[in-house]
Design a protein around this ligand. Sequence first.
Ligand code: RIB
Ligand code: CA
Length: 313
Amino acid sequence: MTRKLIVDTDPGQDDAVAILLALASPAELDVAAIITVAGNVPLALTRVNARKVLELAGRTDIPVYAGCDRPMRRQSVTAEHVHGKTGLDGPDLPEPSMPLQPQHGVDFLIDALRAAAPGTYTLCTLGPLTNIGMALIKAPDIASRIREIVMMGGAYFEVGNITPAAEFNIYVDPEAADVVLRSGIPITMLPLDVTHRALATPARLHAIGALGNQAGRAIAAMLNFSERFDLAKYGWDGAPLHDPNVIAYLLQPDIYEGRQVNVSVELASDLTLGMTVVDYWRITDRPKNVHYIRNVNADAFYGLLTTRIPRLP
Ligand code: RIB
Ligand code: CA
């Protein structure tokens, strides 16, 4: 029984790898639609990049929607310094010819959830949570219809990456993250605590680039570009690979470790805005709203990537 996904994303090289990993796993995952959001780069680019990735994989049958072009309340924050001016620098991918769907991504999400039986869709969020937050405010009834949200976002033991306290996806739209965290929807969170243990070392990148197909070559070019900032920042032997952990968790949850705890988000402090405060030792009686993932078997994660990506064109 394949799991039906709606992917909300701000591609972004690591988003692209996550989407390709999902498309390389049709026996387990059915990507029903992609909704794009402002994040790594503005929506005008993320809504193009998502289609570039689908055309790379030969999957122009999957509809792409444009969602929100800015956070619910705050000014946009982007990350061109990591992802380049196109947001997908590295490989030279052609401009897409497949169309963008005319409906707003938030309205699509509401309609799709209402039209399907409760529990049909799993939401995979790879960027800021603006679209999900807006959908939940516009149509609170959809909360009970979502099987699970599996998100890349947050940080606690690994602290922040866009500020000393906050991870990028949460920091860009902390109000949207707060709506999602309080929604009662089953949530699995893959934070920096786990993605910083999945480093794209030269050997791992070489293995992907040597796979011999265009997807493998494109992924190697993407990650060789996007990792240069993190290599300089962290001084590690590889850059963390974030978003594909969302898909790998769905494919092989047993290579991950976590626990059910409370995760809350800071909305008021300028110093710690967007910080995910994780009650990992269960000190408070706050609701245990998140399956918080803290560790991954990195070799198994990269083994999954290098065995699945060759299935693509
Ligand atoms: O902090 C990492 C996250 O922010 C990833 O999703 C990356 O694509 C950026 O969106
Ligand atoms: Ca992302």
